[in-house]
Each structure stands twice: as C-alpha cells, then as structure tokens.
Ligand binder design. Structure first.
Ligand code: FES
Length: 148
C-alpha cells in the first residue's frame, strides 16, 4: 500500500522564500542514476496527485539491488528525490529497500520545504512499486513477455 500525504498546498501569492538544502540543490542539478535500464529486473511508473510522473528501474543479482535508475518529468525536488532514492537502495536487499520511506528520502536530502515533501513521497512510492514488480516476477521472469 503506497504511503499517502496531503497533496501540495496552493501557495500562490505568498511571499515566503523557498530554501533548499545544499544536498537538494546538488542532486537536482547533478542527478545521479538517470535513465532507463534495458530489460530491468524491477520497474514501476507512478503519476502523483501533482500530475508529475516518476519511473524507477532496478537491476538485481542474488536479491541485491546492484543498479537503480530513475526518470521524472517533475520539478527540481522530484529530480533530487529520485536521485537520492536510487542512491539509497543501491547495494540493499530488496526486502530492506522496500522499507525506505519518504522520511528516509527527506532525511537524506536534509529536508524539503513543506510544499515539496510530496515529491519525496512520489519517489518512495515508486521505489516500493518497482520492488513489488521485481518480487512478482523474480521466480518467473519470462511472464514479463505477456504483460502489456
Ligand atoms: Fe510534482 Fe514535485 S511538484 S513531483
């Protein structure tokens, strides 16, 4: 079951400056692990309530995630969230990686402004969905050929 938080607030008209951590700026401007993996062992795509989509791909060997990549058409915080989420799951067992929450992503990013926290949730939910996809097909990967 995906985690849920409130949708982004409409903050148009406010004069409060938005401040991002150095980690967020670093991952948003120099994202790690971007782009698809050919014939992945796990894959998911989720469109959040904001209308932005995140995709996650995994390569798994002996139940260990050896590569994780992402793509998003979303905002800078979603790029930072996808980037750091794929760093967090690398070299983790699938059973451990599925426990990564949006709070873990927020902590790794040194926080996000209130209105951007849903971007971390989108990354966490997509990670979980990609791991569920891996688990569903790991014993019978040939069944992917029948999924459209
Ligand atoms: Fe949609 Fe950030 S505003 S993911």
């Amino acid at each position: 079951m995906p985690e849920e938080i409130d949708p982004p607030a409409d903050n148009t008209g406010t004069d409060i400056p938005v401040v991002y951590s150095k980690t967020v700026i670093d991952h948003a401007t120099k994202p790690r692990n971007m782009g698809p993996i050919e014939q992945p062992d796990g894959y998911a795509t989720i469109t959040g309530p904001c209308g932005d989509t995140m995709q996650i791909w995994f390569r798994v060997r002996d139940d260990l995630i050896i590569a994780a990549t992402f793509m998003t058409d979303g905002c800078g915080p979603s790029i930072a969230s996808g980037s750091i989420a794929t760093e967090l799951v690398k070299r983790k067992a699938a059973a451990d990686a599925i426990r990564i929450s949006h709070k873990d992503i927020l902590n790794a990013l040194d926080g996000l402004p209130e209105d951007s926290r849903h971007c971390a949730l989108l990354a966490a939910n997509t990670i979980k969905a990609a791991i569920r996809d891996y688990i569903a097909f790991k014993s019978e990967p040939w069944k992917r050929a029948y999924v459209k």
